[in-house]
Write a protein that binds this ligand. Sequence first.
Ligand code: GUN
Length: 299
Amino acid sequence: MANAVRIDGKAKAAELAEKITAETAALARDHGLQPGLAVVIIGEDPASQVYVRNKKRTADACGFHSEQHSLPPDVSEQDVLDLVESLNNDATIHGILVQLPLPDHLDEHRITQSISPAKDVDGFHYINIGKLTAGDTADAFIPCTPAGCMLMIEDQLGADLSGLNAVVIGRSNIVGKPMASLLLARNATVTMTHSRTKDLPKVVRRADIVIAAIGRPNMIGGDWIKPGAVVIDIGINRIEVTVDGEKKTKLTGDVNYDEAAEIAKAITPVPGGVGPMTITMLMANTLRSAKLAAGIDVQ
Ligand code: GUN
């Protein structure tokens, strides 16, 4: 029998979305302002199509203005930059997101850095990364996945993580690095690990908070987990399984859930953990951007 609390990201995301929807209605009523989100998708990557559809659907449900710009896989970099520039100058748009990954001929850095930092609701612009790293977040955007993870960690352990060891597995710019900055800002003792780390299981065994963002299905076994740890699984891996002799695919995280749930205090499932929170944090960032643009106080 699993001992751990199963952290229900879907329920928490729905609760947050409800608050965002209410605040959006109040913004329209009191200020005549509607948050606007533009999502740019290039090419036909099936996973990206699903993510973008979900982002647009959630934005509409929250009462936002939303637009999707679908560009062909062979679009020129200049055409993408021109579109971003027009969205940067569009007063009805408060958040711009270019869905990654991009086709190989496009320069990801050039494109993400062309988005105005004031509309960078993904938090990928170097200005926003710099503000997060420096702890100057009053008007910065925090990347959505790490921001959602922090809310779930706070629910389990409170806002102050003094004295706790956090181990982040994976050093991506989107997840691992911003996660480390956020944990550090909450006074955790943070260890960054990655594919070149020596004796990774031993390092993870010291963690009161485990953040798994490696992209290797079920890599983290129960024997890696310190009793009572909080485990946040960011991995979304599609694996093949055979059900009644039929080959199917299913989503699984980086952590062996059943094993880890025996040992941990709390753990996020995949799916239904971090994923739903990520989309809702995008809405929170877009609402925040609209308020900042209008000079309305944000916390
Ligand atoms: N692709 C996978 N995750 C993300 C994300 O958070 N933002 C963008 N823009 N693309 C992604």
